[in-house]
Design a protein around this ligand. Sequence first.
Ligand code: NAD
Length: 247
Amino acid sequence: MENKILQAAQVIKDSKYAVAFTGAGISVESGIPPFRGPEGLWNKYDPIVLDVNYFYANTLESWKVIRELFYDFFGKAKPNSAHQVLAYLENTGIIKSIITQNIDNLHQEAGSKTVYEFHGTAHTMICLKCGQKYQSPDISLSKLPPKCKECNGVLKPDFIFFGEGIPEYAHNKSFEEAEKSDVFIVIGTTGEVMPASMLPHTAHQNGAIIIEINPEESLFTNNITKIHLKGKAGEILTEIKKQIEEL
Ligand code: NAD
């Protein structure tokens, strides 16, 4: 394993355009459970609450679970060492951007600047009637559903629900970054969510070396991954940072 970490550190340090691609696994060490797997949220909740048609038809029911899942959890979560190392690698010019499937804002809280949120964010909400946007921490969730201060319309979190398309800007920038990258670091994602799971394939087809950090195998591991670092994101990235500093 030590050799593999050293190898990955060398590849990352020698890269011209390294990009990180993150999933729910990077936030597990911050106390946010992933959707899938033994500790996954879908063992406890019905994913239907995040279906866009269900949301419009059963707004209150949907919001009750959304509050518990995303705002009670996320409100308390802090970036972990994995988020911090990625921010450090960006600040030192080694990583050019982060594409995340996460909606928890933890990359930005850790200090990352160029973050493409492929599935949107829980950090803002939008009024379904007039389009006004709000910072989520400014909105009280003591009474549900939350309403617009301007027109009293219902607010919806700014992340995409099942049945909705990927935000255009994030989609286009993410695929551009994947095409440009020469090293693509895939962290904590199963590769089961489309079209996000196309991004590592796009990078690979354009010649990028795929490095993967995940305690388990994903759909990429035995397919396009060149170096699989089997372990927790926080621990592995901390080791990579140490090695890069020594190289
Ligand atoms: P997923 O839930 O399908 O899979 C999580 C992956 O993380 C698994 O492969 C697992 O082995 C790995 N993992 C678990 N602990 C880890 C650790 N400590 N370090 C590294 N890897 C670890 O997640 P996904 O593939 O990202 O897709 C699920 C969807 O759920 C995404 O669209 C995402 O937006 C959303 N989601 C986001 C959050 C969040 O914002 N934090 C939380 C749950 C789900």
